[in-house]
Design a protein around this ligand. Structure first.
Ligand SMILES: [Fe+2]
Length: 345
């Protein structure tokens, strides 16, 4: 089944006719920014439960443009992606439609979904602090403290304009306002060990190399590094660090989401909504969260054992929609203070 899907989806309208006979209950087409192997287990569980076949088109860019170009004939039913920026981009790009559904709204807390129903969070990822096991004694930290001169020359991060950092900075704007955040970013800049560079995993490598003591990184990369058989040196990087969950004593740790949306012209709308209901359920969230080393949004649903081993997360309850609304100003502040230029001396 899986093999012919991608080709079939490219052929657009031919798809329904080819896939339907084998599945009496029809099918649903998924356009995904998430890797097929990450979502396949949960889609298999859906098909087992409902008899509805799933077809996945994986894209690494241009999802909104593609659905726009396909227009009214787009086969896209459900969009799966990571990061609030991409969910908002889909909504603002006009390729989603609202869903008001009691089952979904009961499972997914209001702060993790769009007030209009145009996108829904499925799992969360914390933007945490990776800290050297050897050189950092503290076992608590706050984002505010990252601007404290006590960390001068000790902080590393990836490109400050990356959506993961912008999400965090936008949450600072939402909590503290623009002026505070600008000053905070100035302090953060002076604490940098070097110009922002690399990806989240390479910050862990920099900690092991002694280049920095603390760094910003997402939680799931810790799981990915710990279990990386293809590049086992990543296990050493993660061995050199511990995870500090910022602001656990007050508002909680900034989280971003992976999520879903109903495509604007979904040809299999009923099946799409059934899939969205399924994905919001405890059963599905557990399978999905295990695959991606993330936290289920459903209250009470447990993350995997590996994720639990980093420590417990208390997620900031700030609505993701508020973070989305402050992304632009956060990005402007990053440029204004020259965060990507690194420390001034
Ligand atoms: Fe990532």
């Amino acid at each position: 089944m899986k093999k012919h899907l991608l080709k079939a989806l490219v052929a657009t309208t031919a798809l329904a006719a080819t896939a339907a006979p084998a599945f009496a209950d029809g099918e649903v087409n998924i356009y995904s920014y998430r890797q097929p192997e990450l979502i396949q287990p949960v889609l298999d569980a859906f098909t087992k439960d409902t008899g509805i076949a799933t077809n996945v088109l994986f894209l690494d860019k241009g999802l909104v443009e593609r659905i726009t170009a396909e227009g009214a004939n787009s086969p896209a039913d459900v969009i799966l992606t990571v990061d609030i920026s991409r969910l908002v981009e889909a909504k603002e790009g006009g390729v989603t439609q609202p869903v008001q559904n009691d089952v979904i709204n009961k499972d997914i807390p209001a702060n993790f979904r769009d007030p209009d129903g145009d996108w829904f969070g499925l799992t969360t990822r914390g933007r945490v602090v990776y800290a050297s096991k050897d050189r950092v004694n503290a076992d608590t930290i706050t984002y505010e403290e990252l601007a404290d001169p006590k960390w001068k020359g000790k902080l590393c991060m990836r490109d400050a304009q990356h959506s993961y950092n912008i999400g965090l900075f936008a949450s600072m704007v939402a909590h503290h306002g623009v002026e505070y955040t600008e000053n905070w970013l100035k302090g953060v800049k002076e604490n940098l060990a070097r110009k922002p560079d690399g990806n989240d995993r390479s910050q862990a490598k920099s900690i092991m190399a002694g280049e920095c003591d603390i760094a910003l990184g997402n939680t799931y990369y810790v799981g990915l590094m710990k279990t990386n058989e293809k590049e086992p040196e990543q296990k050493d990087w993660v061995e050199a660090m511990k995870v500090l969950f910022p602001n656990t004593a007050d508002r909680g740790t900034h989280v971003n989401i992976s999520g879903m949306a109903l495509a604007k012209n979904a040809p299999n709308k009923d099946n799409a909504v059934k899939l969205m209901e399924f994905l919001s359920s405890g059963e599905a969230q557990k399978i999905y969260a295990e695959q991606v080393f993330e936290y289920p949004v459903l209250p009470g649903a447990e993350p995997s054992e590996i994720v639990k081993s980093f420590g417990e997360i208390k997620p900031d309850t700030l609505p993701l929609a508020d973070i989305a609304g402050n992304r632009k100003v956060a990005s402007e502040l990053v440029d204004k203070v020259g965060l990507n230029d690194g420390p001034s001396n």
